[in-house]
Design a protein around this ligand. Structure first.
Ligand SMILES: [Zn+2]
Ligand SMILES: [Zn+2]
Length: 159
């Protein structure tokens, strides 16, 4: 899906979309499963270019890095992007006042058509835990016999 920033010239544009996420594209081996991501929001023309405010719903599961059990993750809440014309950055005209503090999600555009998927992928990437754990004290699998040590000690440990 593409965001057509031009549409916001005439007034705020309501956007809602369900994104089928490609786990392959995310390239995160710890990702077990990802549900379609739901987004709904409003695109508005505002300095320094455009802003997109909305709500995002992300749901999925990662793999425990110790015992391989599924570790669910979810986020449902506000999301915000600022779109600023790339020529302004090139000219070193970044206006501190317009790019308020916390506005880290600035998308520099050359073209009024901006691919939306990479922005959604970026949000999903932040939700996938770096070192997923099913619980903080997960005991993991026995390196010798492969038994899940959370279920109890294996024979290797008693020898
Ligand atoms: Zn675990
Ligand atoms: Zn063992």
């Amino acid at each position: 899906m593409e965001l057509n920033l031009e549409e916001a010239f005439d007034g705020p544009v309501d956007l809602s979309h369900r994104f089928e996420i490609s786990a392959e594209r995310l390239d995160r081996p710890e990702l077990l499963q990802i549900e379609p991501v739901l987004f709904s929001g409003v695109l508005t023309k505002a300095p320094p270019g455009f802003v997109l405010d909305g709500e995002i719903e992300i749901r999925g599961a990662a793999i425990c890095s110790r015992c391989l059990a599924p570790v669910p993750f979810a986020r449902s809440g506000p999301v915000h992007w600022t779109f600023a014309p790339a020529h302004r950055r090139a000219a070193g005209e970044e206006d501190e006042a317009e790019l308020a503090e916390g506005d880290l999600d600035v998308v520099w555009y050359d073209d009024l058509r901006v691919p939306f998927e990479p922005l959604i992928d970026g949000e999903v990437q932040l939700e996938i835990p770096m070192k997923p754990l099913c619980r903080p004290d997960c005991l993991g699998l026995c390196p010798t016999c492969g038994a899940d040590r959370n279920a109890g000690p294996c024979d290797c440990q008693s020898k």
